[in-house]
Design a protein around this ligand. Structure first.
Ligand code: 13P
Ligand code: SF4
Length: 300
């Protein structure tokens, strides 16, 4: 199947982008693997005719918004991030009425419709930097309460109002589970994604995006790590560091939507060129504004 995918990819001038949470065999055949920020940048600059995005729908949508001339396909169009829907237009309108000096900051894990109502997008690897640089005193951070709280703690000079959404997978992890792992592996460092609850962040040694966690483990002199994020990162952690050990809390965090990306689905979508991301031009143009602003502010 891998050879067939490679042949078809070449024939059709397609590239495969995969998030670190995609299954290992999908990451193995991907042309680009990364966190959501890296993949958004790759998608924007991509010159291939077809982008096969092995992630969840907000990632495929962002690729289409940033590079509309490309055909963006998803191996399974039902792969969605539940958190992407956890903010409402009504709440955003209410906040805009309440605060005159307000920026709506939208975690990229959100629908295109929510992006349209926002001033700037962020990802877990650039949220602190971008919010710090905004001139506004008041920030409405959507949809993730945990990333919002993490940013608020780092930038106490701003009034950060937090929307009550969360990632069901990361929010499930508890400080108790992590402490339990710590007792079993006392020499391990705890590496955590900021989508986890504040109690989990409090017992962590390092907090960062998936790419930052992967970099940290590679550069650290430590040989053992407890990893508090989705288990797809294990593939890169292990291939980068064959002699280091990685432990995941039990039960192991797994995003079912990310696992809908399979070799069979990739082959099928490349062959049929169906399951295309379609966004109305009106929504695309509006959602492009906060995404482009993110790319611009993250560069500075
Ligand atoms: P990254 O920003 O690390 O890619 O995380 C995206 C995500 O979906 C985390 O659950
Ligand atoms: Fe969404 Fe959580 Fe899955 Fe990331 S891990 S895509 S935030 S549901």
């Amino acid at each position: 199947m891998k050879t067939q995918i490679r042949q078809l990819k070449e024939k059709k001038n397609a590239v495969i982008l995969a998030h670190y949470y995609a299954p290992a065999e999908v990451q193995e055949i991907a042309d680009y693997i990364g966190d959501s920020f890296y993949l958004a940048k790759v998608a924007k600059k991509c010159e291939a005719d077809i982008i096969v995005f092995c992630g969840v729908s907000f990632m495929g949508e962002s690729a289409k918004i940033l590079n509309p001339d490309k055909k963006v396909l998803m191996p399974d169009l039902t792969a969605d991030c539940p958190m992407a829907h956890m903010a409402t237009r009504e709440k955003i309108i209410e906040m805009r009425k309440k605060y005159d000096d307000l920026a709506v900051v939208c975690y990229i894990n959100s629908t295109a419709e929510l992006k349209c109502l926002s001033d700037v997008c962020v990802t877990s690897s650039n949220a602190v930097k971008i919010v710090k640089e905004l001139p506004n005193k008041n920030i409405f951070f959507i949809p993730d309460r945990n990333l919002g709280a993490f940013v608020a703690e780092k930038i106490p000079e701003k009034n950060i109002i937090i929307n009550d959404g969360c990632c069901p997978i990361h929010a499930e992890l508890s400080a108790e589970q992590i402490c339990n792992e710590k007792t079993q592996h006392p020499n391990a460092l705890v590496l955590t994604h900021p989508e986890c609850e504040p109690g989990v962040l409090a017992v962590s040694d390092f907090i960062g995006s998936t790419a930052e966690i992967i970099d940290y483990a590679k550069n650290s002199p430590c040989n053992e790590f407890i990893v508090c994020t989705e288990n797809g990162v294990e593939y890169k952690l292990k291939s980068n560091n064959p002699n280091k050990r990685f432990y995941f809390p039990e039960p192991c965090p797994c995003c079912r939507d990310m696992k809908l990306n399979t070799l069979e689905n990739i082959f099928s979508v490349l062959e049929k060129e169906d399951k295309e991301i379609i966004i109305s031009e009106d929504i695309r143009r509006k959602a492009l504004i906060p995404l482009d602003k993110m790319l611009e502010l993250a560069k500075q």
